[in-house]
Design a protein around this ligand. Structure first.
Ligand SMILES: [Zn+2]
Length: 151
Protein backbone atom coordinates (compact mmCIF):
# COMPACT_ATOMS: atom_id res chain seq x y z
CA UNK A 1 0.00 0.00 0.00
CA UNK A 2 1.14 3.49 -0.70
CA UNK A 3 -0.19 7.02 -0.65
CA UNK A 4 -1.06 8.73 -3.88
CA UNK A 5 -2.04 12.30 -4.60
CA UNK A 6 -4.98 12.18 -6.95
CA UNK A 7 -6.30 15.14 -8.85
CA UNK A 8 -9.89 14.27 -9.60
CA UNK A 9 -11.91 15.35 -12.61
CA UNK A 10 -13.91 17.65 -10.31
CA UNK A 11 -10.70 19.56 -9.52
CA UNK A 12 -10.32 18.38 -5.92
CA UNK A 13 -6.96 16.98 -4.90
CA UNK A 14 -7.16 14.06 -2.49
CA UNK A 15 -4.56 11.87 -0.79
CA UNK A 16 -5.48 8.23 -1.16
CA UNK A 17 -3.89 5.00 0.01
CA UNK A 18 -3.96 2.43 -2.74
CA UNK A 19 -3.55 -1.32 -2.78
CA UNK A 20 -1.75 -3.39 -5.38
CA UNK A 21 1.80 -4.05 -6.42
CA UNK A 22 4.09 -1.47 -7.90
CA UNK A 23 5.73 -4.07 -10.11
CA UNK A 24 2.50 -4.78 -11.92
CA UNK A 25 1.57 -1.10 -11.98
CA UNK A 26 -1.73 -1.78 -10.25
CA UNK A 27 -1.59 1.23 -7.96
CA UNK A 28 -0.75 3.59 -10.81
CA UNK A 29 -3.60 2.17 -12.86
CA UNK A 30 -5.99 2.57 -9.92
CA UNK A 31 -4.80 6.14 -9.37
CA UNK A 32 -5.43 6.97 -13.02
CA UNK A 33 -8.87 5.42 -12.92
CA UNK A 34 -9.78 7.39 -9.79
CA UNK A 35 -8.53 10.63 -11.33
CA UNK A 36 -10.94 10.23 -14.21
CA UNK A 37 -13.93 10.58 -11.91
CA UNK A 38 -15.07 13.03 -9.22
CA UNK A 39 -13.81 12.75 -5.63
CA UNK A 40 -15.80 10.96 -2.92
CA UNK A 41 -17.36 14.16 -1.56
CA UNK A 42 -18.48 15.26 -5.00
CA UNK A 43 -19.85 11.78 -5.75
CA UNK A 44 -21.81 11.87 -2.51
CA UNK A 45 -23.19 15.30 -3.31
CA UNK A 46 -24.24 14.10 -6.77
CA UNK A 47 -25.97 11.09 -5.23
CA UNK A 48 -27.76 13.25 -2.68
CA UNK A 49 -28.90 15.67 -5.37
CA UNK A 50 -30.14 12.77 -7.49
CA UNK A 51 -32.02 11.36 -4.49
CA UNK A 52 -33.68 14.70 -3.78
CA UNK A 53 -34.66 14.98 -7.44
CA UNK A 54 -36.13 11.47 -7.48
CA UNK A 55 -38.10 12.29 -4.36
CA UNK A 56 -39.50 15.51 -5.81
CA UNK A 57 -40.47 13.65 -8.99
CA UNK A 58 -42.31 11.02 -6.95
CA UNK A 59 -44.10 13.71 -4.98
CA UNK A 60 -45.26 15.32 -8.22
CA UNK A 61 -46.23 12.01 -9.81
CA UNK A 62 -48.21 10.94 -6.75
CA UNK A 63 -49.76 14.39 -6.41
CA UNK A 64 -48.84 14.24 -2.73
CA UNK A 65 -49.69 17.14 -0.45
CA UNK A 66 -47.06 19.49 0.92
CA UNK A 67 -46.38 18.25 4.45
CA UNK A 68 -47.17 20.41 7.43
CA UNK A 69 -44.88 20.81 10.42
CA UNK A 70 -41.53 22.31 11.34
CA UNK A 71 -38.90 22.57 8.64
CA UNK A 72 -36.73 19.72 9.93
CA UNK A 73 -39.78 17.59 10.70
CA UNK A 74 -41.03 18.03 7.16
CA UNK A 75 -37.63 17.23 5.69
CA UNK A 76 -37.41 13.90 7.47
CA UNK A 77 -41.09 13.09 6.90
CA UNK A 78 -40.66 13.59 3.14
CA UNK A 79 -37.90 10.98 3.09
CA UNK A 80 -40.00 8.56 5.14
CA UNK A 81 -43.03 9.07 2.92
CA UNK A 82 -40.88 8.44 -0.13
CA UNK A 83 -39.53 5.22 1.37
CA UNK A 84 -43.04 4.13 2.28
CA UNK A 85 -44.22 4.60 -1.30
CA UNK A 86 -41.19 2.74 -2.62
CA UNK A 87 -41.99 -0.13 -0.28
CA UNK A 88 -45.59 -0.16 -1.43
CA UNK A 89 -44.54 -0.13 -5.10
CA UNK A 90 -42.19 -3.08 -4.52
CA UNK A 91 -45.38 -5.03 -3.87
CA UNK A 92 -45.80 -5.06 -7.62
CA UNK A 93 -42.95 -7.53 -7.83
CA UNK A 94 -44.71 -9.76 -5.35
CA UNK A 95 -46.22 -13.15 -5.94
CA UNK A 96 -49.62 -12.00 -7.15
CA UNK A 97 -49.54 -9.27 -9.84
CA UNK A 98 -53.32 -9.13 -10.18
CA UNK A 99 -53.73 -8.49 -6.49
CA UNK A 100 -50.96 -5.91 -6.58
CA UNK A 101 -52.85 -4.07 -9.31
CA UNK A 102 -55.68 -3.47 -6.84
CA UNK A 103 -53.67 -3.05 -3.64
CA UNK A 104 -50.82 -0.78 -4.74
CA UNK A 105 -52.98 2.14 -5.99
CA UNK A 106 -55.14 1.94 -2.87
CA UNK A 107 -52.13 2.10 -0.56
CA UNK A 108 -50.64 4.96 -2.58
CA UNK A 109 -53.92 6.79 -2.21
CA UNK A 110 -53.52 6.41 1.55
CA UNK A 111 -50.01 7.87 1.22
CA UNK A 112 -51.49 10.95 -0.45
CA UNK A 113 -53.99 11.51 2.35
CA UNK A 114 -51.55 12.03 5.21
CA UNK A 115 -50.11 15.52 5.20
CA UNK A 116 -48.87 15.93 8.78
CA UNK A 117 -45.09 15.46 9.01
CA UNK A 118 -45.48 14.15 12.57
CA UNK A 119 -47.68 11.29 11.38
CA UNK A 120 -44.91 10.06 9.07
CA UNK A 121 -42.11 10.61 11.56
CA UNK A 122 -43.95 8.65 14.25
CA UNK A 123 -44.14 5.65 11.93
CA UNK A 124 -40.55 5.57 10.70
CA UNK A 125 -39.40 2.02 9.94
CA UNK A 126 -42.83 0.41 10.12
CA UNK A 127 -44.19 -2.21 7.77
CA UNK A 128 -45.87 0.21 5.40
CA UNK A 129 -48.21 -2.27 3.80
CA UNK A 130 -49.68 -2.95 7.22
CA UNK A 131 -49.63 0.68 8.38
CA UNK A 132 -51.23 2.07 5.22
CA UNK A 133 -53.75 -0.73 5.06
CA UNK A 134 -55.05 0.48 8.42
CA UNK A 135 -55.58 3.87 6.72
CA UNK A 136 -57.92 2.55 4.06
CA UNK A 137 -61.60 3.37 4.20
CA UNK A 138 -64.18 0.59 4.56
CA UNK A 139 -65.11 0.99 0.90
CA UNK A 140 -61.48 0.70 -0.17
CA UNK A 141 -60.92 -2.38 1.97
CA UNK A 142 -63.90 -4.05 0.32
CA UNK A 143 -62.15 -3.87 -3.01
CA UNK A 144 -59.38 -6.17 -1.79
CA UNK A 145 -60.32 -9.79 -1.46
CA UNK A 146 -59.76 -11.00 2.09
CA UNK A 147 -59.12 -7.56 3.59
CA UNK A 148 -61.48 -6.35 6.26
CA UNK A 149 -61.17 -3.88 9.11
CA UNK A 150 -60.35 -6.63 11.57
CA UNK A 151 -57.73 -8.70 9.77
ZN1 LIG B 1 -14.60 16.86 -5.77
Amino acid sequence: MAWYTIEHACGHVVERRLNGTKVLGEREAAAERLAEGPCRDCRRRERDAAAVEAMAAAEDAGDWPVLTGGERQVESARRIRHEAAEQVRSWEHGVDPERAEVVVPLLLRAVARRDAAAWWNDRRGTDWTRTLRAELTAAELERVEGWTRET
